[in-house]
Design a protein around this ligand. Structure first.
Ligand SMILES: C[S@@+](CC[C@H](N)C(=O)[O-])C[C@H]1O[C@@H](n2cnc3c(N)ncnc32)[C@H](O)[C@@H]1O
Length: 407
């Protein structure tokens, strides 16, 4: 599995700054809402990682998860036929979420919760090992084309996550109408040592106890019958699936002369990769008090688009996350903030980092991993100062961390 765990392994460095600025208002999280058990849609970005499902449902019950529930026929069917379980659906489609949410708000079933999330992120961030009794995946990825393989729900990493989250004896159900998908899924599922085929054949042509979903009904009408898989979690060690961590909010204080307009004008997009993390700082915007950097961060378990903001204060400036859209301070976010600080201090050497609270691995930002979006090296004309990157480690590492006692 490709997820790394900076920060908890001792490979990361973190320094605590003295006083953090007021983070400003943020929307309430689930456990702060008036009625945390109201069955409305939950968003991955607002929930605690991992989620306390007893809090979401008001009662602790064994859990069933459906990935990509569409119109929700199977979700409601599962809740009706498993009265002793709580049922969670994850979906990426707003339209699907809204339809099911309306039914839930009408009170059709109070043991269903729907989450706006990609399955891969939900599995990694919201659940812990051996906490699911069953996972259902019905007719995923109808666009089964080669160029979409990277986005397929049933692929080795995701199946590892599912196997990790299933309790021993728990079951993964999969249905697909696409023969090529069935063949590919058979290969991926049999390769997962923590799962056993429960059927005695690669897949079955029918499976009892199901409801016909919208997609399934249409596929049948069009002459594409389903292929049904049932895999059981065995007693073997779970595939490694480290819990993704959330760090403290990244924060730096920069001291030195600051020309916000010049910063915005000299900014050119920055793109770099470290291990499985891809970071793009795509644009910069300024007003009289701040420069806002528009940043996209793609990590194995989550993608976030957020704003890193440089705010001028009396005698210094802070670099931190803007409180827009509930940014989550993952290791990739820390890396992005440290990289922007590095660009600022290399471009304007009279600026220096005075206090910092960023967690980045040493070597995460070596010269080899740094390129501009246009592919030009950092020593390109117009960015001469960036050549310093070749020789110098990132600014965050150079900064003098505030003594912990200060905090
Ligand atoms: C072909 S539809 C099937 C819907 C429903 N399961 C059915 O059988 O009618 C696939 C569904 O999976 C959802 N989906 C696709 N990729 C997903 C992902 N990575 N995480 C969560 N949902 C996903 C899509 O939004 C869509 O609603």
């Amino acid at each position: 599995m490709r997820v790394s765990r900076e920060g908890s392994t001792g490979r990361s460095e973190i320094a605590q700054s003295a006083v953090l600025p007021d983070a400003g208002p943020r929307p309430p999280r689930l456990d702060e809402r008036a009625d945390p058990t109201a069955p409305r849609r939950l968003a991955l970005s607002e929930l605690p990682w991992p989620m306390d499902w007893g809090l979401a449902f008001g009662t602790q019950r064994p859990l069933i998860l459906e990935i990509g529930f569409g119109r929700g026929e199977m979700l409601f069917h599962l809740a009706q036929t498993h009265p002793e379980h709580n049922v969670i659906g994850v979906e990426v489609s707003n339209q699907s979420l809204e339809k099911v949410e309306r039914r839930l708000m009408r009170g059709e079933n109070d043991r269903i919760r729907v989450i706006h999330a990609a399955a891969e992120s939900a599995l990694a961030l919201l659940f812990t090992e051996a906490t699911l009794d069953a996972v259902h995946v019905n007719y995923p990825d109808p666009w089964f084309k080669k160029r979409h393989h990277g986005r397929r729900v049933i692929q080795a990493d995701t199946v590892d996550w599912i196997a990790n989250r299933l309790r021993p004896g728990g079951v993964l159900y999969l249905a697909t109408d696409i023969r090529d998908y069935a063949d590919a899924a058979h290969g991926v599922l049999t390769a997962c040592e923590a799962l056993e085929n429960d059927l005695g054949e690669p897949w079955a042509d029918a499976m009892s106890g199901r409801v016909v979903t919208k997609y399934e009904g249409r596929a049948r009408e069009q002459g594409r019958p389903g292929h049904y898989f049932r895999y059981r979690r065995n007693q073997r060690l779970a595939p490694a699936a480290p819990q993704s961590e959330e760090l403290a909010m990244p924060h730096l204080v920069l001291r030195g002369p600051l020309d916000l307009q010049a910063i915005r004008q000299s900014f050119a997009p920055i793109r770099f990769e470290h291990e499985d993390r891809h970071i793009s700082a795509m644009g910069a915007f300024n007003d009289a008090h701040s420069v806002l950097f528009d940043v996209f961060i793609q990590e194995p378990t989550i993608s976030q688009r957020l704003a890193v903001v440089l705010t001028r204060r009396d005698k210094d400036a802070t670099l931190s996350l803007a409180q827009l859209g509930l940014p989550r301070p993952t290791p990739g976010v820390h890396l992005a903030v440290a990289r922007i600080a590095a660009w600022l201090t290399q471009r304007w050497p009279e600026l220096h980092v005075d206090e910092q609270r960023v967690a980045v691995e040493r070597g995460a930002m070596t010269a080899a991993s740094l390129t501009r979006a246009d592919g030009a090296p950092f020593s390109a004309p117009g960015a001469a100062q960036d050549a310093a990157t070749e020789a110098a480690p990132d600014a965050a590492h150079n900064a003098k961390p505030k003594a912990a006692a200060d905090g």
